[in-house]
Design a protein around this ligand. Structure first.
Ligand code: PLP
Length: 361
């Protein structure tokens, strides 16, 4: 990192302490932002340069900036936690850095050195550590992102990019305990083979808004996407991966075939479940099988996982063919056990045997 210095721009007017403390008392998700941001510029001649840690604020964009026209944009999502001893820590940030570069490659964007990605996060989290919400289960949600910033309307990869990191204090995703969610199986698809399904790009989310809105209108919490080729195999929710626990000890999750986002929570759950002696399988699982196994009682639990909600039970599934309930319709034992173990590791209450927790100060 020695050759990559961050310039610190002084903040002319940080949010007063009392206002800040009020804002972070019950922050919810994604509406409160901290004082600072990191910004790094890229152009084809100089590479990455002009890294700054400065005040968070509006950025100037030319109306011809290529991201506004052809959606060359990728992002990441991770959290800073406060460990039991008060230390700030990140969970597997190198995995986010590596995935960011895989997304960049798919969107014809430049590679950002992994240590620069992690250092950028470290700088801004330490600058804004007073923004850490005191509420039980709180965290600082971290949003690194990169977009094409060349003034050019031709269709080709841009020659200029901007990388930014902003922070949003987040409350406990579920206020009291973790309820089971109800999901709607969409007839829209999220990602086709050969498409951008495994890249964390804004465009995937733009395309998921209508199907997600449809799920909400029908009274469900989340949307489930089936594969685009056969409309048969379960892929994932709008922003979370899925797991199915059967009564013979199998724990199934759909394989990474290029159309599913490779979740870091998914990967961590796979590791923890194997250690607990479960018969873990990355296998295709169909909607028909899901319904049959739920109805016969072979399927004990289904849960979704991702950084925001960690692990969430799925209690009810609805599609145009009707509804079915999983187990008793509430969170099951395995779901609770895996959530508690993962949250325990993230917050330093359970020993970190895998080197997943990176302390910041
Ligand atoms: C980010 C994301 C996930 C979850 O990934 P984590 O690394 O576990 O947070 C799952 N699906 C989609 C579509 C995502 O964008």
């Amino acid at each position: 990192m020695a050759e990559f210095e961050f310039t610190r721009l002084p903040h002319p007017a940080p949010v007063p302490g009392a206002t800040r403390d009020q804002a972070i008392a019950d922050p919810g998700f994604g509406t409160v932002f901290t004082d600072h941001m990191v910004s790094i510029e890229y152009d084809a001649h100089r590479g990455w340069h002009s890294a700054t840690l400065g005040p968070r604020g509006p950025i100037k964009l030319d109306p011809a900036a290529s991201v506004l026209h052809y959606a060359q944009e990728i992002f990441e999502g991770l959290k800073a936690y406060r460990l039991a001893d008060g230390t700030m820590a990140l969970f597997r940030p190198q995995a986010n850095a590596a995935r960011f570069n895989r997304s960049a490659a798919r969107l014809a964007m430049p590679d950002l050195p992994e240590d620069v990605f992690v250092e950028a996060i470290r700088q801004v989290v330490l600058a804004d550590k007073d923004w850490f919400p005191g509420v039980e289960g709180g965290s600082l949600y971290i949003r690194p992102f990169m977009f094409a910033n060349e003034h050019f309307l031709g269709v080709r990869p841009a020659k200029k990019y901007k990388f930014l990191v902003i922070l949003s204090p987040a409350g406990n995703y579920f206020k009291s305990g973790a309820p089971a969610v109800s999901v709607w199986v969409s007839e829209y698809t999220r990602a086709a083979p050969g498409g951008t399904g495994e890249a964390k790009c804004g465009g995937n989310y733009a395309a998921s808004l209508v199907p997600t809105g449809e799920a909400f209108e029908r009274g469900h919490d989340q949307v489930v996407f089936l594969d685009a080729a056969e409309r048969k195999w379960i892929e994932e929710l709008g922003g979370m991966n899925l797991f199915f626990a059967l009564d013979d000890g199998r724990l199934i999750t759909p394989p990474l075939r290029g159309t599913i986002l490779p979740g870091i929570t998914r990967d961590s759950i796979l590791t923890l479940a194997r250690e607990q002696g479960l018969d873990v399988r990355e296998e295709m699982y169909s909607l028909d099988q899901w319904r049959a196994d739920a109805e016969s009682g072979k399927l004990l639990e289904t849960f979704a996982c991702g950084t925001a909600a960690v692990v969430t039970a799925v209690g009810k599934v609805a599609s145009r063919d009707g509804e079915f309930t999983i187990g008793g319709g509430g969170p099951g034992q395995l779901t609770n056990r895996l959530r508690e173990e993962l949250v325990g590791i993230q917050r330093g209450a359970i020993e970190d045997r895998h080197g997943w927790v990176m302390k910041l100060d």
